[in-house]
Design a protein around this ligand. Structure first.
Ligand SMILES: Cc1ncc(COP(=O)(O)O)c(C=O)c1O
Length: 286
């Protein structure tokens, strides 16, 4: 079994012996930001895009990351080099750091940064090949009027509750709607449907994270000559889609075969097959 490792304070140690304070506001209040990054053949995929996103998330929370982009890049390279395997998953986390009780981040003077490297087995091989059964969760995604969905923060409770709904229903994943009943995203992935040859995905303003895999899929669609549009979707659009799939760093691209018991017309469908083949190539060659 490969051991997870952790970069913290400039050292790389076994993850099980790395720790942060019980007074860390990341732990006490979810006050912090993170990125999930995959590496293939010891190369982090779209690393600079992930670093730009965490920087924007932190800036939106007025959280100053104590390392600059070059230092973060070096820490990530060192972590990948120290990991047992050439392929894996990194979790880059920046918390507000420890401080006195009370929400005010002014009490916290030193943000904490750590990077975990581990294997990822989020999605089973059978789900990847036969497609995921998904449900639409009763738990709603927080809207942009509450917490902007572009901030990748440590607050995932809605997503956790939706994930629990999926498990309780014997499904593989849950889709969250926003307060208006529009499709937002999966619990840790973005969503696409295919309708009459057109690729459609909800806009971030409907509650989707500005996913990096989502952006890659849009680029690949353009390369294939498949038109792609951001548009508001309802559950009806999912139920009646020709194809549906989920995208995320951890998930990569996963076909969906069933939404709330409605069977997709095609799963895995032809557009999925083409995009997935290009995606698998892209992560190894970019
Ligand atoms: C809520 C949420 N949506 C979407 C995604 C997919 O984003 P990305 O492709 O950047 O990993 C993630 C990934 O962590 C996520 O947590």
């Amino acid at each position: 079994m490969t051991e997870a490792i952790c970069w913290i304070n400039g050292k790389i140690i076994p993850a099980h012996s790395a720790s942060v304070s019980v007074l860390d506001h990341g732990l006490l209040y979810g006050d912090g930001v993170f990125e999930g990054i995959r590496f293939y053949n010891r190369r982090a995929f779209r690393l600079q895009t992930h670093l730009q996103r965490i920087l924007r998330s932190a800036t939106a929370l007025a959280l100053k990351i104590p390392l600059n982009t070059v230092e973060l890049t070096q820490a990530i390279h060192a972590t990948i080099a120290a990991f047992d395997l050439a392929d894996g998953y990194l979790r880059l986390v920046v918390t507000r750091g420890s401080g006195r009780m009370g929400l005010d981040p002014a009490n916290c003077t030193k943000p904490e940064v750590f990077i975990i490297a581990d294997q990822l087995s989020m999605v089973s091989e059978s789900v990847r090949t036969r497609g995921a059964r998904v449900i639409i969760a009763a738990t709603r995604r927080l809207g942009a009027d509450g917490l902007d969905p572009r901030i990748k923060s440590l607050n995932y409770l809605n997503h956790i509750l939706a994930r629990m709904e999926a498990s309780n229903a014997g499904a593989d994943e849950a889709i969250l709607l926003n307060a208006q009943g529009h499709v937002a995203e999966g619990t840790a992935d973005n969503l696409f449907i295919v309708r009459a040859g057109l690729l459609l995905t909800p806009p971030c303003s409907d509650g989707a994270l500005e996913g990096i895999t989502r952006a890659v899929v849009m680029e690949l669609a353009q390369q294939l000559g498949v038109s792609c549009r951001e548009t508001t979707l309802g559950s009806y659009d999912l139920y009646t889609a020709d194809e549906c799939f989920l995208t995320g760093t951890g998930a990569e691209i996963i076909p969906v075969r069933e939404v709330d018991g409605r069977i997709m017309a095609e799963c895995p469908g032809p557009i999925f097959h083409q995009l997935n083949a290009l995606y698998q190539q892209r992560v190894l060659t970019e």
